[in-house]
Structures are given as structure tokens and as C-alpha cells.
Design a protein around this ligand. Structure first.
Ligand SMILES: NC(=O)c1ccc[n+]([C@@H]2O[C@H](COP(=O)([O-])OP(=O)(O)OC[C@H]3O[C@@H](n4cnc5c(N)ncnc54)[C@H](OP(=O)(O)O)[C@@H]3O)[C@@H](O)[C@H]2O)c1
Length: 255
């Protein structure tokens, strides 16, 4: 299977790293971009992938469109497609947008950067023209680097907000928590480690639990104890409303 990554930014690199760690040979992956050749060659050096300056998509089995959204449809129209698995990871591009120009079908995927560590969450929106075999191929490709869920026109914006965008939301929270630990005397690296490990453990527990989050809070928060008092402060500062509003804003398409 020969994979072409069109775009060499953070999402492209995250996928390449995850796929190589999952056992895909770097020599079957080719990356390209348009301007920043220094970055492209640095990625080639780091991961052992191939690069190209003038690709022909018909020489690849899988083409991942990982450039900024405004470049996707121009690129699609400039190329000659045969029977590739066409995967766009660009926000706000739909399978129908792509399938208006390619008859081999398209998948719009919304991964997140944790695919680099094979802990990604990817939404997959399959076009009307996609075959069952390509549907399975795309699902298998993204399951190598985490979990997948099928999405559609209605659910994709919210999946994007809750999975594609949310790493940044979590980093914002970590950034707010860190000074408390550094002021107490931990160095910045230890502070990050402590918070990230606490978040990772909480996520792991959530993945193994079905009880509502309110009950899980009760497990940690004895009445008037330190957790209970901290949760009360979060509620006084309307954290829940802020998180809800952030997701709704990220999901908004009429921006
Ligand atoms: N970052 C995320 O967490 C995330 C999550 C989900 C989805 N996405 C989607 O993934 C895509 C890339 O995001 P990103 O964060 O990786 O952006 P980025 O860091 O800005 O990378 C975009 C890359 O595309 C290259 N590029 C631009 N136009 C090109 C063209 N016509 N042909 C080939 N390469 C081209 C750019 O390089 P040159 O300018 O040097 O050509 C750059 O390497 C976006 O569409 C975004 O919506 C990102």
C-alpha cells in the first residue's frame, strides 16, 4: 500500500508518526508540501519517509489531503484520479465536495493529534461513491492510530469540536493548572507530568466506567472535603457553561 500525504503540517506528521509506529513501513509513505521544503526534508530525515515535489496521485493507493481546507478542492481538480482511496482530513470539506470531482469516492476524516501516540479519536464520514472495500480500508487505517466513529453531515461538526479541537481545550486547562504547582515548588516539567498523568488516569477510568460523571465526582468528593470545595469553585466560575459554549463555537459552520 503506497500512501501519499499532501501537506506536511502537524496533522500530517501526527498521522505519519502513528502509522509508522503501528508497523507501516516509512518507505511506503511519501510526503509533500508546496513551500517549506526545509520542514519537509526534516520530516523525511526524522521518520525515513519519501518526499516528492511533483506527485502524480495515480501512483499511490491512498492519498491523504492534509493541507489547509482552502487548498483541497483546487488540488483535487488539478490531479488525475484513477482508483485511489481519497481521504481528506480538512475541516469543513465534505465528501460530496470531493466526489463532485472524483468518481472513486472520498472519505472525510477528522482525526486529532494524539494519533501520533496511537490514542487518537477519528470521525469518518463516507461519501456516497465509496465502496465497501474502501470503507473498510479507511477504517482499518485510522484504527491503527486510535479509535474511529462513523459521522455524517449532522454529527461531524460536533465530533470535530469534541475530538479534533479538544486537545487544545485540555492544554488550556493544563496551562491554567500548572502555575499552582510551580508556585508550590515543582519544576515546570514535573508539574506537567503530574497533571497529565492525573488526566490520563481519569480518562482511563472514564473509558472503563458507565456511571454518570456526577456519580464519578461523588466518588472523589466527600461533602465539604477538598475536592467538593474545588468543584464548587468550578461551578461558581461556570466551567460547564464555558466548555459547552467552546464546543458549540468550534462546531459552528457559519463563521
Ligand atoms: N491540527 C489539528 O489538530 C487538526 C485536527 C483535525 C484536522 N485538521 C486538518 O488538517 C489539515 C492540516 O492541518 P495542520 O494543523 O496540519 O495545518 P498546517 O500545520 O498549517 O499544515 C498544512 C500543510 O499543508 C501544506 N500545504 C498547503 N497547501 C498545500 C498544497 N496545495 N499542496 C501540498 N501541501 C500543501 C503546508 O505546507 P506549505 O505551506 O509549505 O506548502 C503545510 O505543510 C487542515 O485542513 C485541518 O483542518 C487538523
Amino acid at each position: 500500500m503506497k500512501i501519499l500525504m499532501v501537506g506536511a503540517g502537524s496533522m500530517s506528521e501526527s498521522l505519519v508518526k502513528g502509522w509508522i509506529d503501528s508497523g507501516i513501513s516509512p518507505q511506503t509513505i511519501t510526503m509533500t508540501n508546496r513551500t517549506d521544503r526545509t520542514r519537509l526534508f526534516a520530516l523525511a530525515e526524522q521518520y525515513g519517509v519519501r518526499t516528492t515535489a511533483e506527485e502524480q496521485v495515480e501512483q499511490f493507493d491512498v492519498v491523504v489531503l492534509a493541507m489547509q481546507p482552502d487548498g483541497v478542492l483546487d488540488y483535487i481538480q488539478q490531479q488525475t484520479w484513477t482508483d485511489q482511496l481519497v481521504v481528506s482530513v480538512a475541516a469543513h470539506i465534505t465528501p460530496a465536495d470531493i466526489e463532485a470531482h472524483v468518481s472513486c469516492g472520498a472519505v472525510c476524516a477528522m482525526p486529532n493529534t494524539p494519533v501520533a501516540f496511537r490514542t487518537g479519536m477519528t470521525g469518518l464520514w463516507f461519501g456516497d461513491l465509496i465502496s465497501d472495500q474502501k470503507r473498510q480500508q479507511a477504517t482499518a487505517l485510522f484504527e491503527r492510530v486510535g479509535q474511529t466513529v462513523e459521522t455524517n453531515a449532522t454529527t461531524m461538526p460536533y465530533l470535530m469540536a469534541a475530538a479534533g479541537c479538544s486537545p487544545a481545550f485540555f492544554y488550556e486547562i493544563v496551562g491554567a493548572m500548572t502555575p499552582v504547582l510551580t508556585k508550590a515548588g515543582f519544576d515546570a516539567s514535573s508539574a506537567r507530568q503530574i497533571i497529565a498523568q492525573a488526566m490520563k488516569g481519569s480518562a482511563e477510568l472514564l473509558l472503563h466506567e458507565e456511571r454518570p460523571t456526577a456519580e464519578l465526582i461523588d466518588d472523589v468528593a466527600a461533602p465539604n472535603g477538598p475536592t467538593d470545595r474545588g468543584v464548587r469553585v468550578l461551578r461558581e466560575h461556570h466551567l460547564a457553561q464555558a466548555m459547552y459554549a467552546a464546543l458549540m463555537e468550534s462546531a459552528r459552520e457559519d463563521h
